[in-house]
Design a protein around this ligand. Structure first.
Ligand code: PLP
Length: 437
């Protein structure tokens, strides 16, 4: 290991002075930049674990389908703003095969990543009913989702999911919504980053609460099927990926292609709108975006006025991947299970050198190995631990920045840690432990 590890406090202080960053409040991008600067000054490479970005090759199926669409000249033509028929149809077959969801192609709307689906969903949720302008999150939460609510002028509240599971979760939701101001309830499952997965009982209870209280349930399946403790890899076969759609009427399910299909660049995901909700009319939505019917408010009111649809040619690529997954020719779960294997190795290295897993249970079970790990070290709070590990060439973000109440911990993303990084990580954590006995 290079002698410059750990870098000195002076190096860190100089960088903070030069950049003007606040060490107590670093965004993910700032952390990323900080790691680059330390790496340049210390002349060593970082083990990068701060960004939640996918790191598997995009399947050839996608490349070939998109190339074909380009050769047909479709880059020169606006897409239908609510999606090409091929993708709408492939999407409805795909969600039937893997989530046992019953929707028609018209309920499947391609968006610029699931983030745009979340943006429009939150905008509608906070403006559907008078006085219901708050979005409730099951925390920790992907920070960008929360920034969206802020940008939209909506209020936000949170419930710490880890401390509130099963009946306690439903009680906590009921308590939070009792003021009548909550218009939307948003969660990701598996949760980024605790990797807790909502079970069917919880989803059923949430659906009932949302339907009874005019709340839009926004289900973010950014890490679709990545609970590798179960085998979700076989189309049209149990077990199906758990979803709110089995139970309620007031829901939108967001499906991201970024992780499940290693397809983040083209910004092409899917929003699936509940068939009942799609047809329902809301006076307030008429005032908000000129369309009373929910489905029209989503596509004409939200999607059309923001980006007028999503990349025309990329939609063909996603359609083809979904078709091949549905027919069993492309096993997307088997491909992404590489992340689970990396997480298992990284977890054992952290634990070996005295770290503790912050979120280690998923109700009564051990939490699965997926895309993120959550780690703490005795005697450190999250911010200090994050900065200290930076000195050892290891970049992470604090759990606090994800809305978690576990301020002692860090979010560790494993996607960029490959086999050659494992011994480097081990060596650095071993040195960290030696210096922190
Ligand atoms: C929970 C969650 N939702 C949404 C996204 C973004 O998905 P997309 O790339 O489809 O916009 C991410 C990406 O990290 C995420 O973690």
């Amino acid at each position: 290991m290079t002698n410059s590890i750990p870098v000195s406090n002076e190096v860190l202080e100089t960088i903070f002075d030069e950049t003007g960053y606040n060490s107590n409040n670093l965004s993910i991008r700032e952390t990323n930049r900080l790691a680059t600067l330390i790496s340049q000054k210390g002349n060593f490479d970082f083990v990068r674990m701060e960004m939640g970005i996918p790191n598997l090759p995009t399947p050839d199926i996608a490349k070939e389908a998109e190339k074909k669409a380009i050769d047909q000249g479709l880059q020169g033509i606006y897409p239908p703003f609510d999606g090409i028929p091929e993708l709408k149809s492939a999407g409805s077959n795909f969600v039937k095969a893997f989530l046992n969801m019953n929707v028609e192609p018209k309920h499947v709307v391609p968006t610029c990543g699931s983030l745009q689906g979340g943006y429009i969903s939150q905008a509608l949720a906070g403006n559907m009913h008078k006085g219901k302008d708050t979005i409730l999150y099951l925390d920790p939460t992907f920070p960008v989702t929360r920034y969206q609510a802020k940008f939209l002028g909506l209020r936000s509240e949170g419930i710490e999911l880890y401390d509130n599971r099963g009946d306690r979760l439903l009680e906590a939701i009921n308590e939070k919504i009792s003021g009548g101001n909550v218009g939307g309830l948003l969660w990701s499952s598996p949760n980024n980053p605790s990797w807790s997965c909502l079970n069917e009982e919880e989803l059923k209870g949430i659906a009932e609460i949302c339907d009874e209280n005019d709340i839009l349930a926004i289900e973010d399946l950014a890490y679709l099927g990545m609970d590798f403790r179960k085998d979700y890899s076989k189309p049209n076969t149990k077990p199906y990926i758990p979803t709110i759609s089995k139970f309620g009427k007031n829901w939108i399910t967001l499906i991201s292609a970024s992780k499940a299909f290693s397809f983040p660049g083209p910004r092409c995901g899917l929003a699936i709108i509940s068939p009942e909700l799609n047809e329902q009319e809301f006076e307030q939505l008429g005032n908000f975006c000129g369309r009373k019917r929910f489905g029209h408010a989503f596509s004409l009111g939200g999607l059309y006025v923001t980006t007028s649809g999503t990349s025309h040619t990329a939609q063909f690529a996603l359609a083809k991947m979904l078709e091949k997954a549905t027919s069993g020719e492309y096993n997307f779960i088997k491909v992404t299970s590489a992340y689970g294997k990396r997480a298992k190795k990284v977890r054992s290295i952290f634990l070996k050198y005295g770290f503790k897993q912050v979120y280690e249970k998923d109700m009564d079970e051990t939490v699965g190995d997926g895309f993120y790990l959550t780690m703490s070290y005795p005697g450190y709070d999250g911010t200090n631990l994050m900065l200290e590990l930076m000195k050892y060439g290891i970049s992470t973000i604090t759990l606090k920045s994800t809305g978690s109440n576990r301020h002692e911990g860090l979010r560790v993303c494993i996607s960029f840690v490959d086999e050659k990084d494992m011994p480097i990580l081990e060596e650095r954590l071993s040195k960290f432990k030696e210096n922190n006995k």
